[in-house]
Design a binder for this molecule. Sequence first.
Ligand code: NDP
Length: 419
Amino acid sequence: MVSWTGFSKKIPAERWDHLEKNQIISKEGLQRLTQQNLLPLTTANQMAENVIGRLALPLSLAPDFLVNGEVYHLPMVTEEPSVVAAASYAAKLIKRSGGFTAAVHQRQMIGQIALTGLVDHEKARQTILKQEDELLAAANAAHPSIVKRGGGAREIKVEINEKFLIVYLSIDTQEAMGANIVNTMMEAITPNLEQLTGGQSLMAILSNYATNSLVTAQCAVDLRYLSRNKKEAQILAQKIELASELAQVDPYRASTHNKGIFNGIDALVIATGNDWRAIEAGAHAYAAATGSYRGLSQWIFDREANQIIGSLTLPMPIATKGGSIGLNPSVQLAFDLLENPDAKTLAGLVVSLGLAQNFAALKALVGSGIQAGHMKLQAKSLALLAGATDQQVPQMVSQLLQEKHMNLEVAQKILKNLD
Ligand code: NDP
């Protein structure tokens, strides 16, 4: 078993040694990491338009996530201090309490075609449903390679919505997120639908509300890991349960609750080269599925088992193929660290990380508060911004924390006195 004690205190070169010695990274991956040439300009220029450079962000590792009985080390791309530390801390407590279970309920993407100008919506709906097999065959004929890979169009649903007749096509896109696969299929069946119904298509496009790609992560945390003091641990557990309830009833809190979840989710989604806008859009729509925006996770204090039990469900149409995933060498590095999971496994890891992040945030919020930790990290950022060297940072941080008000000017003054 690999020990991660002290990993956070190491410098990056020592962390590379740790990854190499413990065979957590391949030789090729290590080379990519140490050469720091993670995205050639020529490749960047193929990925977007009007490219003039690349923007770098920290790539971190949150080690030791126990998910469905396997240990994973999660690459995280984030510029926000404390996110990776919080995720790693939560992963440690959750591993000691038995780890995460992650379940992928289904993995299909949904495309929609909105038809207008219809006289009899109900009749049009019946006509479409009678032709379901033919329409599915036409959709599959438009993208035969995904059918060869075991995927393809699976089901048609039709909804009547005042001015619109909306046709939803559910598609198994296998390892891809499937935007282009879905859009190709939707456009292919548009003329058939117009002919069948006499209506006109307003648009034919993938929906990011991926309700056929729901994933649930669950975990328990033993009360003894909340605090050594039994009474204090119970109070914390009650407060975490209450905080979870607050996020169900107050959208102001729910928004921040979910932002915390996405601190983790986005970091892994970005590291794996996935479309984080798509995942955010789907999850926020899901958070409002009941008609009011609510927290995506829930925590219950199991007083008999002496555990706090967390659960997070959201759409997670994450991909291991397609888009820029194969193009970007730093993304390949992330897959290397993850030991090349398939899309369903990766989806489980992403949602587990979101739950871990949520746990750490709630524990800090209802316990010591998050400001103490944040101020320390803020002081570190200010010290670096003022120009402190690595050696000067610890002293700068402790002096800054004693100041009534911390800002760059104060940091610069302290640094001047250190020189
Ligand atoms: P691609 O267009 O890259 O298509 C994925 C391709 O990967 C497939 O067509 C398939 O090609 C190939 N592939 C190889 N192996 C597999 C496998 N095992 N399973 C599935 N496919 C495999 O990507 P997507 O269609 O997934 O679209 C994602 C991109 O679309 C992202 O960049 C996203 O940002 C963008 N996008 C998003 C939108 C949205 O979210 N609303 C809208 C429009 C675009 P083959 O089978 O032919 O080899």
